[in-house]
Design a binder for this molecule. Sequence first.
Ligand code: NAD
Length: 249
Amino acid sequence: MRNAIVVGGASGIGWASAQALATDGYRVVIADINLEGARNRAAALGDPHRGEFVDVSDEDSVAALFEQTGAVDAVVSCAGFSTIGLIVDLAVEQFRSVIDVCLTGAFIVAKYAGRHLNDNGSLVSISSLNGRQPAIGMAAYCSAKAGLSMLTQVAALELAPRGIRVNAVAPGFVHTPLTEGAAMVPGVVEEYVENTPLGRAGTPEDIAEAVLFLTKASWLTGEVLDLNGGAHMKRYPDIIGHVMKMASP
Ligand code: NAD
């Protein structure tokens, strides 16, 4: 049986990806900072899937996860979160906390994935539309995801001699717990949809479908796949603008 680890697999896109991999025949380790969530998700999948703790901002924690799992065939790197705030107002600690998880965390996962993936295995990271499309109030997140898109290409070059493929999916706005707050601000989803040729926001399943494809695509590496209903051809919603409008109608 092939083994997979989904980092950040207790929720949203990670959980949908874990289900897709399990359906495809992988034994899945769902790893998350939310251990209870990871265990519950693994229990929902049933045997032989497992839930484990990991904090991607802590190298020892990531090393322990990979060491206890052993050799793997696919790794999906999903852990992430964002803050909202204009650069002039953003505390350095807030900026660092997003970089720590979304960029340094993704680097640490790539480091141990590179050591533990079998030859011809696959690493898929979840970058973002915001890795190429700037959004007001999202400096830390946009910077981290732009870095992750480049990290993907460097890792693809370095791991190619072993046949390991390294790709990323760059989703647009997807309904998950991460975007619940933004989705509640009147106008945000509407503006995203207006600027999305396919006319809707995404679902975790839309992303999981592409994650599964990337684990299989045997001649594809160093790719950052825009998956956003075509929104990358237009512009990102002004979340801060909508928050201000809501605060002073
Ligand atoms: P989510 O909040 O539903 O899931 C994120 C998961 O990451 C959670 O289970 C959380 O516990 C886990 N996590 C957070 N910090 C962690 C840490 N330090 N170590 C280990 N696990 C940690 O969010 P989601 O929308 O499913 O996001 C998954 C990924 O997709 C993120 O990297 C996010 O940036 C990216 N993404 C999301 C969207 C979107 O619109 N939802 C768009 C583009 C990219």
